[in-house]
Write a protein of this length. Structure first.
Length: 343
């Protein structure tokens, strides 16, 4: 019987060890990589404005600094204006939903008792009590995961400074990046890195616009129908828009459930309104504002979100889609590179 010998070259072993070491190092410095990735994301958002300013003979540093200060000022004013109203509505909503869950829980208990008396299988009776407890656990876990305020502020400052430098010193950054890459891979790596920055900016700008439109649509619809807590639900819907596909469903379900506790016809009217809004966004708004962004397959988007949330919690959930977008751009550039050198 002939035995086949499998030989592994020294180069293959070295490359494998290098990849393992690189992955291990990336895991160790993942917090630093997260800051760098965040800075690249913000730089991608700001870069078109800096390019426009440069074309109009406006210094990049001045233009970007003014933009940062303006955005921070607007956000600060908006937070100062919205927070009191949101907190008040959140407290009222917590009490409202608490009463509603209690009513549903009592109804579930009644169903189970009735099933027991009739000798029916009550295994399918809704376990709303455990569901409510699970929601509380999730909320508490989320709140405890963001307990280091000073660290978050410091990280935010670092990200802003890095993104500022990436934008105003883009030529120097490109030269420095090229110098770190072996010559035969230099062109591919530099083009891929910069395309990732630009595409991340396209995605982020489009997503922000869609989230703002979603919040406004919810606020208008809820206010016209007289559904309580319109500001709270509108802001929540805008934030959930960053969760691919699932976020829109969760936001709509919460709004319709709340409307149902007020009046059934309001729930039906709100559901119809939200379906119309969703269709308008999918067929008109999203293709318009996301036309330059990299489109991800819905299955890949949801899988990336679930994996990110499972491995890294809320932070992983937030950055799952941007990371998947970066990987998609890398693959597209790699295929383009192979096609160019094979032709």
């Amino acid at each position: 019987m002939e035995h086949k010998t499998i030989s592994i070259s020294t180069e293959t072993i070295v490359k494998t060890m290098a990849i393992i070491l690189a992955v291990g190092l990336a895991w160790v410095i993942r917090d630093i990589l997260l800051l760098l990735f965040s800075a690249a994301l913000i730089a991608g958002i700001v870069y078109p404005f800096a390019t426009w300013a440069s074309k109009h003979k406006i210094p990049k540093a001045l233009a970007v600094a003014v933009l940062y200060l303006t955005v921070l000022g607007v956000l600060g004013a908006a937070i100062g204006f919205l927070i009191p109203a949101v907190v008040e509505q959140a407290r009222a909503a917590a009490g409202h939903f608490g009463d509603t869950l209690a009513w549903l829980r009592d109804g579930a208990a009644y169903v189970r008792d009735t099933s027991d008396r009739l000798g029916l299988d009550a295994s399918t009776a809704p376990t709303l009590a455990s569901f409510a407890a699970r929601l509380q656990d999730i909320a508490l876990h989320f709140l405890t995961s963001v307990n280091d305020l000073f660290g978050a502020v410091a990280a935010g400052v670092v990200v802003l400074v890095l993104s500022f430098y990436l934008v105003i010193e883009d030529d120097a950054v490109k030269r420095g990046f090229r110098a770190l890459i072996p010559e035969r891979h230099r062109e591919f790596a530099a083009n891929t890195a910069w395309h990732i920055v630009l595409k991340l900016g396209d995605w982020a700008r489009g997503q922000i616009v869609i989230s703002l439109i979603t919040s406004l649509s919810y606020f208008v619809g809820l206010s016209l129908l007289g559904v309580p807590y319109p500001l709270l639900l509108a802001l929540l819907a805008g934030l959930l828009e960053f969760i691919p596909y699932l976020g829109a469903f969760v936001a709509a379900s919460l709004a319709v459930l709340l409307a149902l506790t007020i009046a059934p016809w309001k729930a039906v009217a709100l559901l119809v309104y939200l379906i119309i809004v969703h269709q308008a966004q999918m067929n008109f708004v999203q293709p318009l504002v996301m036309r330059r962004a990299v489109g991800l397959n819905p299955v890949i988007s949801i899988a990336a979100f679930l994996v990110g949330a499972k491995l890294f919690g809320p932070v992983g959930a937030i950055f799952a889609i941007p990371v998947a977008t970066a990987l998609s751009v890398s693959w597209i550039e790699y295929e383009r590179y192979l096609n160019h050198h094979s032709s």
